[in-house]
Ligand binder design. Sequence first.
Ligand code: C2E
Ligand code: MG
Ligand code: MG
Ligand code: MG
Length: 290
Amino acid sequence: DYALYYAKAHSRGAAVLFTEEHERLLRTQSVIEQALRHADLVQELSLVFQPIVDIRCGRTVAFEALARWTNPELGAVSPAVFVPIAERSGLITRITAVLFAQAIAAAKAWPDRVALSFNLSMADIASPQAAAGIVAAVRTSGLESGRVILEVTETALIQDVAQAQTTLEALKASGIAIALDDFGTGYSSLSYVHRLPLDKLKIDRSFISEVTTDPASRDIVTSIVALARNLNLDCVVEGIETADQARLLQSLGCVLMQGYHFHRPMGFSDTLRYLDAEVVRTVPPVQAVA
Ligand code: C2E
Ligand code: MG
Ligand code: MG
Ligand code: MG
């Protein structure tokens, strides 16, 4: 299992890897890179979708699209593994284009009230043409740009703040919303957060997993919620796995939530069934005639 092996080796840190193990890891990376390079991307890449729920009304306001890659030789490879490799090897922009087309097609089948939240990589926003390509893809699809949210990470942004700022401003001018993903895990200065044209902060799930048990995590989450409020940004909390976590975040004033507690990522056809069932659930019960 390449994915698992890579993750295990990776988490131990390069400094403590045995040479033999390190070599195997490099081989694994190049195996994945070669497979990606020769993959039939349209055939092998797909998306699953995870609801982002507004707990005030209990309804799904967006789905986050999450990439899945199933290769004939390697089997399923996690995006946590193949996205960084695709970024390093320059393959990510092609992958993004294939996935974005799939994501837009899915979003067009959802009701207008449901937005699409899509993850971008650093390379996707790093070129002067980046914004134009994304805006064109949305425009030709006919999907209303106000229904598109693009998620970017802090590490992606600080590589080239000036270019990121230009790209994000162009995206925003076209009506697309920007979310800063995995917030709190990067190394960026808070001043970037202030300077960039953001709409949402997504609190990383590493803080949420301990939020009910670890006072430090709770303090960090409380500060991020306050920061979002002061900067007039929506706060999205990812990785909610329990009702206790949802309640605690609600008490801190969070309303947009995502995580296994609400729903796991699902295939496209399941999103349609899920939205139908949601509508049925929210229709008030018919009163019996006395
Ligand atoms: P992310 O954007 O922060 O996505 C959230 C990850 O957390 C997803 O993992 C999701 O399945 C997982 N997750 C959601 N709720 C829970 C929960 O309650 N508990 C736990 N333990 N996990 C939860 P996934 O799908 O494996 O994606 C991993 C990362 O890969 C993403 O993190 C994102 O950075 C990247 N990625 C995924 N799809 C794409 C894509 O299309 N393009 C790019 N550039 N990156 C992508
Ligand atoms: Mg994301
Ligand atoms: Mg995230
Ligand atoms: Mg994350």
